[in-house]
Write a protein that binds this ligand. Sequence first.
Ligand SMILES: *[C@@H]1O[C@H](CO)[C@@H](O)[C@H](O)[C@H]1NC(C)=O
Ligand SMILES: *[C@@H]1O[C@H](CO)[C@@H](O)[C@H](O)[C@H]1NC(C)=O
Length: 423
Amino acid sequence: MRLTTLLSFISLSLAAPTFNNDNLNTRAPWPNGPLVVSGRWIRDASGTNLTYAGVNWPGAGDVMIPEGLQYQSISTIVSKVKSLGMNAIRLTFAIQMIDEIYSNGGKDITLQKAFTQALGSTNGPKVLNQVLAKNPQFTASTTRLQVFDAVAAECARQQIFVHLDNHISKGMWCCSTGDGNSWWGDTYFSAANWTRGLAYMASHGKTWPPLTSLSLRNEPREPASGPAKATYNWQTWYLYMRQGAEAVHSSNPDLLIFLSGLSFDTFLTPVVRGTALTPGTTKFSFDDFPGYGRTKLVLELHNYETGATNCNSLQSNLYNNGFEALTTSGAAVNQVPVMLTEFGLKMDAIAGTYKGVYASCLAGYLPREKAGWFLWVLAGSYYVRSGTVDYDEGWGLLTRDWSDWRSKGYVEVLKGMVRGTLA
Ligand SMILES: *[C@@H]1O[C@H](CO)[C@@H](O)[C@H](O)[C@H]1NC(C)=O
Ligand SMILES: *[C@@H]1O[C@H](CO)[C@@H](O)[C@H](O)[C@H]1NC(C)=O
C-alpha cells in the first residue's frame, strides 16, 4: 500500500517518463541506454520496451548541415518536435561531409565555406548571416560537424533520441535511380568512403548522449545505368550491409544498427522470411554479425503508397514487405524490430490529404503494431534543393520559415499516433 502510494506520487511528480523500478531513490538517467534488441522488441538498460515516434530532420542536402537554421534556432526547432510528444529525430547526413574532413587534413570545413560552396558567393554569405542571426552561438568559422553537435546537445537537453541516417553520399536532394548515389559502386557511392564515413560518425557520436542508433544507408535502389547496375541484388546488398554494420559496431558498439531494403527501402522480405539472398544461396543469419546480430540489428522500411484506397491492402503490403518480422505468425523466420523510418504526405491543410486512406491507415497500424516511425519531413524548406534556393517543402510539417504547422489538422492526428505508439 505504502509502496503503491509512493510509486504513484513519484510518477505524478516526475515530468520525464523514465523511471528505474529497481531503485526507488534514483531515476535512470535519460536516455538509459545502450538500447538493445530482444526478439522484436527494443529495450532500454532497465529492460523497458521502447521505440521511436519522431520526424526526419534533413542534414544531407547541399550545405550538409541540418536544415532550417536560417529561420529558427536549434532550440526552437527541437521544442517544436517535443511539443508533439515525439521522442526522436532521424537526422540525415551525407558521406561527402566526412570525405571533405579527410581531404582537408582531418579538419572539418567551416560554415562560411559550406554555404558558399552550396549556394554561391551571393546567396551563400547571405543565408549564412541569417543562420548566425538566429543561432548566435555559431560564427562563420563554426564547422558543419559542430552544428550537428549542437543539435545533439539540444536533443539531450530536451530528451529527444537522435537516430543518425546516412542518407546519401554526395550532399544533395535524394533519391532517384539516376542521381549517382543509388548503389555501391555508383558514380558518387564509393563503398570505401561509405564505411569510412559510417565509422567516423559512429565514433564521433560517442560524444552525443542522445545518439542511440544509426541507419547504414537510405533507400538502396537500382542504378539507372553504369556498371553498378549489374550488381543490384540481395547478395550484393548482404555483402555491403555486413561491412557497414561492422564499421559501425567496431567504432561504437552501443548503437542499434538499422538495415534498409531494396527498391528504395520498400521491402526486406527475404531477410524476414529467411530465403536465399539471390542470385546466391546464402540466407540472412544473425550469426553473420558476430556478437551483435541478435542484440543490435533493426529493420527499417519506407512507404509512400500515398494513393492507397484500401487500408487492408496497405497493411498487407507492409506486412509482406517486412513488418511480418514483428509477429510469430505467417512466414517470418526472423523476429526483429521493424520501423517505418519514412512515410509522408502533402501538408495541404485545406485539401486535407491527411484525411485520406494512407494517412489514417498508418495512424492506426503503426501504434497497433507498436512499430516505431519517423514522418518525412520536418522541413519547412531547404537552404537549396535541386538548384532552387529556399525551396518550399509542401510535405513539411513546418511552414517555409519553420515557425508554424502547415496542417493543424494533421498535427492532431500525429499527436494521437505518438501517444498510441509510446503508450
Ligand atoms: C514488452 O516486451 C515484451 C517482450 O519482452 C512483450 O511480451 C510485452 O508485450 C511488451 N510490452 C508492451 C507494453 O508492449
Ligand atoms: C572519397 O573520398 C575522397 C577524399 O578522401 C575523395 O577525394 C573522393 O572523391 C571520394 N570518392 C567519391 C566516389 O566520392
